[in-house]
Ligand binder design. Structure first.
Ligand code: GDP
Length: 365
């Protein structure tokens, strides 16, 4: 399963946030494909469309889709030197598909900062530098292997060497791979290096309880935003402490609490949706009397593989998919009406399932 790793220096609010994630946690029985591991938190993906479909179909049950966050604990500074725990830290990062980087943007005299003061950019750079150094080593090794072949005009080696030089230049200037402009072809080559700093990053600026409703006044957040913009990363603001409180509430109570604070959507829900997007994930729906349910696919997945997310038999025996877009279905008011209006299509094996498609698969058993 795809997963987002949560990283951050000590005392920035990482565990508080991760606890909120596991507290809010999804009913794992619904998601047998998810990893069972204390360092993995399964979250349900908030989606208003699922609510609307439920109202329309009135099913026995409704199941949101879910995905995972992994808590990447461990020593950060000096990780690239490969000492014990540091090595582990890097290998955990290698396994995740995207990174949520928690950054301390709150002042609190009672909570010591490992570096003595609150400075989110310095904090970000401490972690990023370790990852950059690890990537630098990867790239240098690779250069050692292809340089000669490139100089003797081997076409593939030359193309690879060009990409390596660009990356090397970035790393020497302490810039991550994701900040390097590459053509489509070059991106393909770079993918093969499995660089840590090529993974998409989302910065979660952890602000104090009294600032969550007015983050614009927080200078730390402004700085993080500027920094993130330069490397094409995204920022969300969150108050981990409040999220931990919210996570203990259920639906209605949660809404009241948010209304009291004057917040539209909890920081955790924002984080979940942003991470989902960052991972390049789409949602399609199945909507029957038994169950209305959201399912996750990677962007660009074809119908049989999308069916395979439900069950491997669906993929193996795939015949056709009956598809209506969420918008068409809701505006029609029912599946029967949508059919009357000619908005339900039959699609075959080559069809790429789109975000918001409501699907009924036909398959042989
Ligand atoms: P970690 O070391 O990054 O996992 O940090 P923790 O989650 O253990 O948090 C360190 C301390 O900061 C704890 O005492 C938390 O209660 C506190 N903390 C975390 N988030 C916030 C926050 O948003 N506001 C304030 N004031 N304190 C927080």
């Amino acid at each position: 399963a795809l997963t987002t790793g949560i990283v951050g220096l000590p005392n920035v609010g990482k565990s508080t946030l991760f606890n909120a994630i596991t507290q809010a946690g999804a009913e794992s029985a619904n998601y047998p494909f998810c990893t069972i591991d204390p360092n993995v938190g399964i979250v349900e993906v908030p989606d208003e469309r699922l609510q609307k479909l439920t109202e329309m179909v009135d099913p026995h049950k409704t199941v949101p889709t879910a995905f995972e966050f992994t808590d990447i604990a461990g020593i950060v500074e000096g990780a690239s030197k490969g000492e014990g725990l540091g090595n582990k830290f890097l290998s955990h990062i290698r396994e995740v598909d995207a990174i949520s980087h928690v950054v301390r943007c709150f002042d609190d005299e009672n909570i010591t900062h490992v570096s003595g003061s609150v400075d989110p950019i310095r904090d970000i750079q401490i972690i990023n530098l370790e990852l950059i150094l690890a990537d630098l080593e990867t790239v240098e090794k690779r250069i050692g292997k292809v340089e000669k072949m490139a100089k003797s005009k081997d076409k593939d080696a030359m193309a690879e060497f060009e990409v390596l030089k660009k990356l090397l230049h970035a790393f020497e200037n302490e810039k991550p791979a994701r900040s390097v402009e590459l053509t489509k072809e070059e991106q393909k080559i770079a993918k093969g290096f499995q660089l840590l700093t090529a993974k998409p990053v989302l910065y979660a600026a952890n602000v104090s309880e009294d600032e969550i409703t007015d983050v614009e006044g927080n200078q730390y957040v402004q700085k993080v935003r500027e920094f993130a913009k330069e490397e094409n990363s995204e920022v969300i603001t969150i108050c981990a402490k409040i999220e931990a409180e919210i996570a203990e509430l259920d639906g209605e109570e949660k809404q009241e609490f948010l209304d009291d604070l004057g917040i539209e959507e909890s920081g955790l829900d924002q984080l979940i949706r942003a991470a989902y997007q960052l991972l390049g994930l789409d949602t399609y729906f199945t909507a029957g009397k038994q169950e209305v349910r959201a399912w996750t696919i990677r962007n660009g997945t074809k119908a049989p593989q999308a069916a395979g997310v439900i069950h491997t038999d669906f993929e193996r025996g795939f015949i056709r998919a009956e598809i209506v877009s969420y918008e068409d279905l809701v505006s029609a008011g029912s599946m029967a009406k949508a059919k009357e209006q000619g908005n339900v299509r039959l699609e075959g094996k080559e069809y790429i399932v789109k975000d918001g498609d409501v699907v009924h698969f036909r398959f042989n058993v």
